[in-house]
Design a protein around this ligand. Sequence first.
Ligand code: NAI
Length: 373
Amino acid sequence: MPHQVIEQGDGLKVSVLGAAGGIGQSLSLLLKTQLQFLLRGADCDSKRLSLALFDVNKEAIDGVATDLSHIDTPVEVSAHSPQSGDSAGIGSCLENADVVIIPAGMPRKPGMTRDDLFNINAKIVAQLTDSIAEHCDLRKVFVLVISNPVNALVPVMHHRLRTKHQGRVRGTGIERRVFGVTKLDIVRASTFLREVVNKDSTNTMPFVPVIGGHSGETIIPLFSQNELSEQLTKEQRDFLVNRVQYGGDEVVKAKNGKGSATLSMAHAAFKCAQDFINVILGNTKEINTINFGSLLDFEGRPIAHGAEKLLNAVDNCSFFAVPMTVTREGVQSVDYTIVSRMDAAEKNEMLPLCVSKLKKNVANGETFAVQLV
Ligand code: NAI
């Protein structure tokens, strides 16, 4: 496994690709207003914070960046678009970025599944992957993919980096720092469980790990892992599982043609990014987090401690969202024991269904990536 000591830079740069969209704008607002609160001690005065916003819609991104730049925080905001020329194109957006977050692409309309977005968004993600490979420091950057379908687009990015950018990625360990963002499923599981069990008795939000993928039955909310669910009837539990798996549809329907979740997604993406930023800033040496990532490195070996055992438990599905320990270098271990801690229904019914669908999604992503020149 490649190991390199990554020097801490004198600043923190977060790049958002697709920043003029519904998620991109709200997420950028959170980053602009909150990033400085993640600084500790001497860093509070000495670290330079920057937020680089890229979108293909130049007018929109110029407007968003100008608007955000008036907010009274020390985070510097810059606008980037293909029409702005090299000095403010995607290269300058990505150069020296510590975290790249990608909500670029089309959202769902009523009646659409996440898979319906695949062809359009896969091309966009493939293009952005090429830019990341060209402009980012692949030894340090973390890449967080929000665009749907996450289950297939993360494999597209992984495959493209491994094959088209072989020379650039070799020895960088970038595959241990590329993840799909599934945090919204965890956010929803927590919210929906509290609504059912103890809304009036406490303000503490219950935690429910959600593993697998990010679409319908590939989403496995592990209510068995939270003791509050002992209060639930089987009907309540089934209702909650279904609500987490199809919670996105509630938003798509309520927005009635005007897109999918943006505000709750921006909140989830910020929480996810915040964990990685804490590691990058050295506030903590490692984080425990749940993300969708590859279980294999670019040489086809298990990517981290525990990955081999997890692969055995999930019928060799090579991408999976699972609790993991991540350091500045990337994923260090995955918690394969989560499978043995599942209850009978989760293990014997939900897991096999998830794995068979997820494997197809991953295969679609990989086939697309092979065909795309
Ligand atoms: P939106 O349509 O409001 O914004 C997308 C933005 O991407 C637009 O500003 C557009 O100009 C930009 N864009 C398109 N092509 C681009 C390219 N090549 N480079 C840079 N920017 C580009 O969509 P919204 O609602 O923000 O959703 C974005 C994506 O996030 C969708 O694919 C949606 O399905 C996904 N999503 C993911 C969730 C998750 O849990 N991972 C939850 C909700 C949405």
